[in-house]
Design a protein around this ligand. Structure first.
Ligand SMILES: NC(=O)c1ccc[n+]([C@@H]2O[C@H](COP(=O)([O-])OP(=O)(O)OC[C@H]3O[C@@H](n4cnc5c(N)ncnc54)[C@H](O)[C@@H]3O)[C@@H](O)[C@H]2O)c1
Length: 356
């Protein structure tokens, strides 16, 4: 039995609380040995809850002094590149929250630094670590949905009001903050995108430096499928939450909007309760509602929390020398879709992602 991976977590704000259970519940595989935040009270509170003695207000100092093999980066987007590169230079493995970074060049620099140091880089795309996403992918990969013709995804919600997420300089905006999850999941299901056309708008006064709170885009996938993306933080009230639809020649998979969730089909975080057309029934014999919950009964994941699963996947990849499911090399393709949409909105033309 190998020793647990020793981790230092930086950024003890909102999302770090979702990561906490991985460290509390899996001491055989993960040992949180240091925490860091520029706000001392937040770092102290997190350290108390996780039983950590080593508290840092300075990240570089944590890298230099703490007994750690890896870092878990839970800070805002504009810090992801410098903190990843510094960790790589200190020889530490990195799991970093989405979105990977603010610019494509930053993403490339993160990959180059971690490759050079020979350490693992994983982007925390937690939606890939749910039973529903794995079941949907299995159906698609087995060809049971037929040829994938199209996909739709939307996020329609009231956005943050006073946060770094409202500021483009900090990496804010609805695409980098929310749609990055949904774009990544569509890539997981369908494959890479080759061309995008998009429109972005900054509609509300709290959005600064041009951060978008509305976006619409068309994605052209390598396999010929067409994707339709819509994102709104300008919503006063919405009947639906983030959702997906994947249209194949033999069936459709869709997620249940929150408003229609039932006890049998609970909506998980980000509305990822997938339904599929189970049988290839002739058109005239189809039931009025042929959708049934995807069978996830034989998908064994260590935890019911996809945040815990993603961190355990990171540990497993390091232990076994495997590439993570959303490595830097993989995730940069998700980021190209985002930056392609920004570029298309700016230039008012379709963008081939190979140009970026
Ligand atoms: N996967 C998800 O569902 C999900 C949800 C929310 C946020 N996130 C991601 O998590 C990351 C953080 O978001 P959040 O909502 O937790 O933000 P947050 O603002 O709540 O937390 C960030 C923390 O980083 C600290 N910090 C800032 N600068 C620092 C520095 N130089 N050194 C050390 N600490 C520093 C802040 O004090 C704060 O406590 C972002 O990448 C965000 O997109 C992911």
């Amino acid at each position: 039995m190998s020793k647990p991976l020793k981790v230092g977590l930086v950024g003890t704000g909102g999302i770090s609380n979702r990561h906490m259970a991985a460290y509390q519940e899996h001491p055989d595989r993960l040992q949180l040995t240091a925490v860091c935040d520029v706000v001392e009270s937040l770092a102290q509170d997190y350290a108390k809850k996780t039983g950590v003695d080593a508290i840092y207000l300075d990240y570089e100092q944590m890298l230099k002094e703490a007994d750690i093999d890896a870092v878990d980066i839970c800070t805002g987007h504009n810090l992801h590149a410098p903190q990843t590169i510094a960790a790589a230079e200190a020889g530490k493995h990195v799991i970093v929250e989405k979105a990977m970074s603010n610019t494509l060049q930053d993403c490339r620099n993160m990959i180059a630094a971690t490759d050079k140091a020979g350490v693992t880089l994983m982007i925390a795309q937690h939606l890939r670590h749910s039973p529903e996403a794995i079941a949907a992918k299995r159906i698609i990969d087995a060809g049971n949905l037929g040829d994938i013709h199209a996909a739709r995804t939307h996020v329609i919600m009231t956005g943050p009001q006073k946060s770094w997420m409202n500021d483009a300089k900090a990496g804010g905006g609805v695409l980098q903050t929310n749609s990055v999850h949904h774009i990544d999941l569509l890539r997981f299901f369908i494959g890479d995108v080759k061309r995008v056309t998009g429109v972005c708008k900054s509609a509300q006064p709290q959005m600064t430096n041009g951060a978008e709170d509305l976006a619409a885009a068309t994605l052209e996938f390598e396999n010929g499928a067409i994707g339709d993306l819509f994102a709104s933080w300008t919503t006063y009230l919405s009947p639906v939450n983030p959702s997906y639809m994947i249209l194949g020649s033999k069936g459709t998979i869709h997620s249940t909007p929150a408003s229609t969730a039932t006890d049998n089909a609970p909506v998980r975080h980000f509305g990822l309760a997938m339904y599929g057309l189970k049988e290839d029934v002739p058109r005239d014999q189809r039931k009025e509602n042929p959708f049934e919950p995807l069978d996830t009964s034989d998908i064994m994941l260590p935890s019911s929390s996809f945040f815990v699963n993603e961190i355990l996947h990171f540990e497993e990849c390091i232990r076994e020398g495997k590439e993570p499911v959303s490595s830097g090399h993989d995730n940069i393709e998700t980021m190209k879709v985002l930056f392609g949409i920004f570029e298309s909105a700016r230039t008012r033309r379709a963008i081939d992602l190979a140009e970026l």
